[in-house]
Ligand binder design. Sequence first.
Ligand SMILES: Cc1cc2nc3c(=O)[nH]c(=O)nc-3n(C[C@H](O)[C@H](O)[C@H](O)COP(=O)(O)O)c2cc1C
Length: 216
Amino acid sequence: MVLTIMLVQPAGGQDAEAIKLPAPARKGTLSVPEAFAVRRTVRGFAARPLSLAQISQLLWGADGTSDPRGLRTSPSAGATYPLDLYLVVGERGALDLAAGVYHYLVAEHALQPVAPGDLRPAVVRACLNQAWMAAAPVLVVITGEYRRCTGRYGQRGVRYTHMEAGNVSQNLFLAAEDLGLGAGIVGAFEDEALARALKLPPGREPLLVMPVGYKH
Ligand SMILES: Cc1cc2nc3c(=O)[nH]c(=O)nc-3n(C[C@H](O)[C@H](O)[C@H](O)COP(=O)(O)O)c2cc1C
């Protein structure tokens, strides 16, 4: 029960041990066309926490590893992988996971605690006070580090990074629907305020915020 020991850990600082996520399922409940047909931007969420298995499935579906060569569920220009995912967990937002900000470690399929506490209010403020977002038990933030892609493609890498955020967001939408959940998508925010709220390292830009939870 290694998992149990790791789960009781609060979301400490960057030094805290990473929390391994359960293996994602390769079979879902909806067919791909069924998921296409039901996907909507959801802006109303029930006060119901997500399980670690659901969080695992959402993050893996969005941009997890799907191939021993390190290739992922979302395509990437030249496999440069300029994106990172951050999970903002609200108070009682997830079973067995303390409120806080976590960085998704793709290769390890694990969550690295970044900052403790319920930071949804700060994220919502940065998102021009879109109050509906605060009801979501978790928020997934897609960030981009342009230099990983511009290093190979020059300025065009900026365009590719933005395209990739679109790929990841659609994957996350469909993964949420497959789990019987709903996701929203937010591109209206103050970049610096959001980066500060999430304690993003320099060079990592927030691109999209996706509230996820049970539909209200
Ligand atoms: C790049 C992007 C940014 C968006 N930003 C916001 C936002 O800040 N707030 C919001 O409520 N919806 C936002 N939306 C959601 C759109 O309003 C929504 O996708 C559109 O109304 C179509 O509805 P549907 O997604 O349910 O099909 C955004 C969508 C995209 C693709």
